[in-house]
Design a protein around this ligand. Sequence first.
Ligand code: HEM
Length: 246
Amino acid sequence: ISTLIISFFKQGNIRDITDKLIAECRMRSQSEYKHKALSNDDITSIVLDIFGAGFDTVSKALSWSLMYLVSNPTIQQKIHAELDAVVGQNRLPKFSDRAQLPYMNAFILEMLRHSSFVPFTIPHSTTRDTNLYGFDIPKGRCVFINQWQVNHDPDLWRDPFIFRPERFITTCGKIDRNLSDKVILFGMGQRKCIGETIGRLEIFLFLAYYSRNWISVSADVTVDILQYTINNEHRRCDHFKVCARV
Ligand code: HEM
């Protein structure tokens, strides 16, 4: 992989994060910051980390989204109606449409909350004795957030096991920021996900493009979130069909 990554690099043609890292390190290795330059092996590890952390999560989010679309035809219709009104059929959706598509945003928030497909954050370790809300935690103790519990806490959410995007929409038709901030799926604090913004953007763009053009259909699918697999994938949908909308 290292050889491939380095051989694809062409000076002056920065196409992605791999090229940018290599270019930056080559520049540094010839400057006074030589000691801070990453080796080719470091670059390979970083790129693999980003691919690993960014690929599986986003593809799982899209897979869960399709599952919720296919199992909730009324919700799917509302997404189509909103897209037709805001984007129409004469152009493709853009990132800047996001603010005008509250129902689509609510659907994504509810998909993240209800599926909670990253149930726990990466385990971390306390660097000193500390106290959290009255609980003593000694130095060196493994700590992580149970995101699934937060996202299904009956004190925070009414009917937490029901999939209802409308819960995030205020009476004025806007996203309820107070409630949407309570959805935890990217971790919290200093080590929270560095790819949250791009991850949310990818999910939005995929769903907007997809839903503008396609309808997902299936016979009799219901999502039972207690039927997770160990990888937090939904159960297999055997009769998934996609039909063009026009
Ligand atoms: C829906 C999509 C995603 C979800 C739900 C998600 C979730 C998470 C979670 C829960 C963590 C652990 C945070 C912690 O330990 O406190 C994490 C870490 C991380 N994520 Fe994401 N992620 C997503 C997309 C991405 C993308 C697209 C990238 C890269 C482009 C990415 C890169 C990373 C990296 C590098 C870390 C480790 C950060 C560190 O240890 O400091 N993630 N992510």
